[in-house]
Design a protein around this ligand. Structure first.
Ligand code: SAH
Length: 477
């Protein structure tokens, strides 16, 4: 037997929940959201239900179930945990032709409550017909990830435009084409940004256009440090909608694998020292593809606004009138710290964090060393692996203690992650002894010592401040 799916309009209609425990409370809360007039019947109710009863949000029949409770409601939910009572309620409800749901008892229920993906006014309801409620719940979780939250506002916008759409596109096939174009259009990204009036205007333009608008766009997307699980949901959606992906070399293969299959992938590797020309080429590629109406994802390692030249790319896009969005990613400092067990701030050890880059002699010379050498702060140094001698020497020269702990995190959050620890005076020596390779992030500060006790990911840290005996040479050779 197959269930007939239906969505019920309960606003202003009486609904009875029998049972005042946590399940009853959850059912009452859901019913209240759809505007039902909820009565809870039970000898005892939860403190929250009691508050709702006192404030008049619900009515409370205090006491044992009585058949007369069924005189009013359109629907009944039985959630008492008492099987005999449930059987009685189901029978009495059937006699009165009232639909009843008995919690966790599909056989006694004449209606089921589905697992729901809520994108109001759009609702997606999933039922296993009572056969496998857990499966329905898992499917719901999958759908939560897949269905963009913008679907809700989009449906509201369409409701507002409904009569105009029907008037201008009386032909069903043309109307359908309009909806299809709408789904891939800038209207969605405008709604995502909360720009309702602009979204409405864009939808109006789309309504008048017989051909696709041809407006491409660029999503500047942070791919995170490597572990694909660290990509944001919005990032995942952007990858699924992309026509072209321009990605850096640092972006992991696992993240790229999440993108739409037929998206064109272009690696725009940037060689150190050769930035100028390639950056211009990246700009040109973004412009070329977006102008051709494609949805471009500019995918960068970590976060696009942390040592990622994201600002320059946006300025360029803005100057050329290309629409853009920015989706942040988890920057190397946050990811490496998390995956090495190093809290960047700590009430006992560090009150501030500085993100610093030291990629060449010229950038190193402009750093404010006296400020960087201060105690009780954490430094997260990007692109510093080739400049370790200068960093060590300058910090020591400006008064940072030789015993200050460091942690070098190589390939943070990736399966190959390695962590090398030690004290500031050992920095260069340890990097050499343990053969540090890029990409690596350097964390300096009292908190770095915690890597040795709080490590949880990958191999245990190598090195150490010397309190422990270093690894036998045989293992490091
Ligand atoms: N926008 C990026 C940083 C780009 S600069 C972000 O927000 O993370 C490149 C530097 O980032 C590398 O030289 C290295 O210091 C650091 N880095 C990036 N990914 C890393 C990783 N997985 N492990 C360690 N360091 C990383």
């Amino acid at each position: 037997m197959k269930l007939y799916p239906l969505f019920a309009d309960l606003s202003g209609r009486a609904v009875l929940v029998v049972g005042g425990g946590v399940v009853g409370e959850r059912k009452a809360a859901g019913l209240l959201e759809s505007g039902a007039q909820v009565t809870v019947g039970a000898p005892e109710i939860t403190p929250e239900l009691r508050r709702w009863a006192e404030s008049g949000r619900i009515r409370w029949f205090a006491g044992a179930f009585h058949d007369s409770w069924l005189d009013e409601p359109w629907l009944v939910i039985a959630a008492t945990g008492d099987a005999a009572l449930h059987a009685h309620i189901a029978e009495q409800a059937a006699r009165r032709r009232i639909f009843v749901n008995v919690v966790d008892d599909a056989e006694r229920s004449s209606f089921h409550v589905p697992a729901v993906v809520d994108r109001a006014p759009v609702t997606i309801a999933i039922s296993s017909g009572g056969h496998a409620p857990m499966l329905a719940r898992l499917l719901r979780e999958r759908m939560e990830l897949l269905i963009d939250p913008v679907v809700g506002p989009l449906a509201s916008l369409l409701a507002q435009l409904r009569s105009r759409i029907r008037m201008r596109l009386p032909d069903l096939a043309r109307r359908r084409r309009f909806y299809e174009r709408l789904l891939g259009s800038p209207v969605q990204s405008l709604l995502r940004r909360g720009q309702w009036a602009l979204a409405e205007a864009a939808a109006e333009r789309l309504l008048d256009a017989t051909e696709p608008l041809g407006a491409g766009s660029v999503v500047l997307l942070g791919a995170g440090p490597g572990d694909p699980g660290l990509l944001s949901l919005r990032g995942l959606r952007a990858l699924n909608e992309a026509d072209v992906i321009l990605h850096d070399r640092l972006v992991s293969a696992e993240v790229l694998a999440l993108a739409r299959r037929d998206a064109e992938r272009i690696e725009v590797a940037k060689q150190a020292g050769n930035h100028q020309t390639t950056q211009a080429q990246i700009h040109a590629l973004m412009l070329q593809h977006a102008s051709a109406g494609r949805r471009v994802v500019r995918l960068k390692g970590g976060d696009p606004f942390v040592f990622g030249r994201g600002g320059e790319e946006l300025e360029f896009l803005r100057a050329h009138g290309i629409a853009y969005e920015v989706v942040p990613g988890i920057t190397a400092a946050l990811a490496c710290a998390a995956y090495a067990g190093v809290p960047l701030t700590h009430r006992d050890h560090a009150q501030s964090v500085r993100l610093v880059t030291a990629h060449c002699q010229a950038s190193i010379d402009t750093l404010d060393w006296p400020a960087l050498a201060q105690e009780r702060q954490t430094l997260a140094v990007y692109m510093g692996t080739s400049e370790l001698p200068v960093i060590q020497q300058q910090l020591l020269a400006h008064g940072r203690a030789a015993s200050t702990p460091f942690a070098l995190v190589e390939n943070g959050s990736r399966l190959e992650q390695r962590v090398i620890t030690g004290s500031l005076d050992q920095l260069v020596e340890h990097a050499r002894r343990y053969e540090l390779r890029p990409p690596a992030l350097l964390i300096i500060g009292e908190v770095a010592a915690l890597a040795e006790t709080l490590a949880w990911y990958g191999r245990p840290p190598e090195g150490g401040v010397g309190r422990r005996s270093p690894l036998p040479e045989a293992l490091t050779a």
